[in-house]
Design a protein around this ligand. Structure first.
Ligand SMILES: Nc1ncnc2c1ncn2[C@@H]1O[C@H](COP(=O)(O)OP(=O)(O)OP(=O)(O)O)[C@@H](O)[C@H]1O
Length: 245
């Protein structure tokens, strides 16, 4: 892939936790204006890798993000990593997506307040604007995380398990949003466990098992033989680890 077509290129990327290598030697290319999935069995290093791409995880090797996209990256953490006890309303939480574009000491402009309204409306949260985030259901909170991302207006979106434990309606609504982002020329890289969704909607998938085993069409990365290979590879890596004292 020509460098100008790539949103992100990974060159020998590794992540360690203490003496344990969670990810090693990952080579991958993610093209622009496409939906890319990162898939693999539990413990394959998917979250570690996307955390490194988001700049939140120390890593070795090189992560090359296209210069024009670098200032416009958005990251959706796993829901379990977000503290929901903080006393902030739905509208204020969503508006946090605007922070990079709010002037110092200035509040939201009328247009920005309207943008918050519109996004909450689009994601079915309009009537919950004044609620505290701790009062939302799992699906409502995930919609809110997406509302914040929409307002951030990111051009490269890194999502860690965006559909985990969601009801079908919410998954369908959020998947439609991802497709809109792609149509707008945005690039999405998402860690996903939902194989049917990856097959139906994603342009490519990267199969992980401690390293990148295969990157290509979703059907290839999710083929039973490829998946079994990934599981065997992970089992071998686990067997090679020193047993705890
Ligand atoms: N903070 C941490 N400290 C120590 N080890 C960790 C930490 N986070 C992850 N690991 C280990 O790194 C390996 C990869 O974990 P990671 O969460 O990246 O995998 P994953 O593919 O996202 O897994 P899952 O699908 O189960 O969420 C696992 O062996 C895990 O136990």
């Amino acid at each position: 892939m020509a460098a100008s077509d790539a949103a992100v290129q990974l060159h020998g990327v590794g992540v360690r936790y203490g003496s344990q290598a969670a990810v090693a030697g990952v080579q991958a290319d993610f093209s622009r204006a496409a939906l890319h999935a990162i898939v693999g069995p539990n413990g394959a290093g998917k979250s570690s890798l996307i955390g490194a791409m988001a700049g939140l995880q120390r890593h070795s090797g090189r992560i090359e993000v296209a210069a024009d996209l670098r200032p416009h990256m958005g990251y959706l953490p796993q829901r379990s990593q977000v503290d929901r006890s903080f006393p902030i309303t739905v509208a204020d939480f969503a508006a946090m997506g605007l922070w990079p574009r709010l002037g110092a000491l200035r509040g939201m402009s009328r247009a920005q307040a309207q943008a918050v309204d519109e996004v909450l409306d689009r994601l079915g949260l309009q009537t919950l604007q004044r609620r505290l985030i701790g009062e939302l259901s799992t699906g409502q909170f995930q919609r809110l995380l997406f509302a914040r991302l929409c307002l951030q207006d990111a051009r490269l979106l890194l999502l860690d398990e965006p559909f985990a434990a969601l009801d079908e309606d919410t998954t369908t609504a959020l998947m439609a949003l991802l497709q809109t982002w792609r149509d707008q020329g945005r690039t999405v890289i998402a860690v996903l466990h939902e194989q049917a969704i990856v097959r139906a909607h994603f342009d490519s998938a990267l199969l992980m098992a401690g390293t990148a085993l295969l990157q290509g069409p979703a059907d290839a990365a999710l083929a039973p033989a490829a998946w079994r290979h990934a599981e065997r590879q992970l089992a071998r890596q686990a067997a090679a680890l020193p047993s705890p004292a």
